[in-house]
Design a protein around this ligand. Structure first.
Ligand code: HEC
Length: 243
């Protein structure tokens, strides 16, 4: 019996470890979907910088107020451009086919990306853009080589340049850095925070019920504890006469 319990416990812990692994050197996004201030900043950055190309099709605008802790009026005033109807999805005006012509790849819907790629992947991606010395390439990305997405946040971060390292006769990007002369409007720490906020918002969009589920989880555990105590008392009561 003890062995079985041990196996179950080990299984639980190693399951968590497996889920977290498998991404190489990813940065830690420290996602926290209960941090509503971060979600609000992230939503704004997302609406202003990402939704020109990307949609979040599975997210309804009117699902935002509860998760972000703001009123629908605030959402309408700060996030939504153009016409909008109650219950609309966070769709995008650009047609996919046009986008593929312009960028070489269709900007994918980002509703579930924080789950399919993982939040740390998204965060690392947003921190991996650099200017390729090959002008025909333009913006490049250390995590997703030759990504056709431009570095849309360059005004915030500045223009990062790559440093190279030779490996097996091949030049590989070893790191990226923003030279002082090419700094953006944000410091490095502020840019990290901004991209963490966007990632946090994407994690929320990918699973809007997560915060609620965690909240419910606490009650469920509490109920189980109380129930166990009651069951124990009941058992003692039954056995008292038998002894
Ligand atoms: C100018 C258009 C454009 C804008 C604006 C834009 N993207 Fe992209 N994005 C793309 C394209 C095109 C791709 C496809 C890249 C590829 O596969 O080569 C992409 C890919 C991505 C991916 C990778 C998805 C995957 O699973 O491969 C993520 C994540 C992403 N974008 C996030 C963002 C975020 C966050 C913003 C806002 C800060 C943003 N994008 C703004 C065009 C854009």
């Amino acid at each position: 019996m003890k062995k079985i319990a041990l196996c179950v416990l080990l299984g639980l812990f190693s399951g968590g470890a497996f889920a977290a692994g498998g991404g190489g050197d990813l940065m830690d996004a420290q996602v926290d979907v209960s941090d509503t201030a971060s979600l609000q900043r992230g939503a704004k950055l997302f609406a202003n910088n990402c939704m020109g190309c990307h949609s979040a099709e599975y997210m309804r605008w009117n699902a935002l107020p509860e998760g972000l802790g703001v009123s629908m009026e605030t959402i309408e005033e700060t996030l939504i451009y153009g016409s909008y109807q109650q219950g609309d999805m966070m769709n995008v005006a650009m047609r996919g086919a046009d986008a593929a012509d312009w960028f070489g790849a269709e900007p994918p819907d980002l509703s579930l990306t924080a789950r399919s790629r993982g939040a740390d992947w998204v965060y690392t991606y947003l921190n991996s853009f650099y200017r390729d010395p090959d002008a025909s390439i333009g913006w490049n990305n250390q995590l997703l080589a030759n990504s056709s997405m431009p570095h849309v946040l360059w005004r915030l971060q500045g223009v990062p340049e790559p440093t190279y390292e030779e490996q097996g006769g091949e030049l590989l990007v070893a790191g990226i850095q923003v030279p002082e002369a090419q700094a953006g409007t944000l410091s490095e720490a502020e840019y990290h925070q901004a991209t963490r906020d966007i990632t946090n918002f994407m994690a929320f969009v990918a699973e809007p019920v997560r915060a609620k589920r965690q909240e419910i989880g606490v009650w469920v555990i509490g109920f189980l504890v109380v129930f166990t105590a009651l069951a124990y008392l009941l058992k003692r009561e039954y056995w008292r006469d038998i002894h």
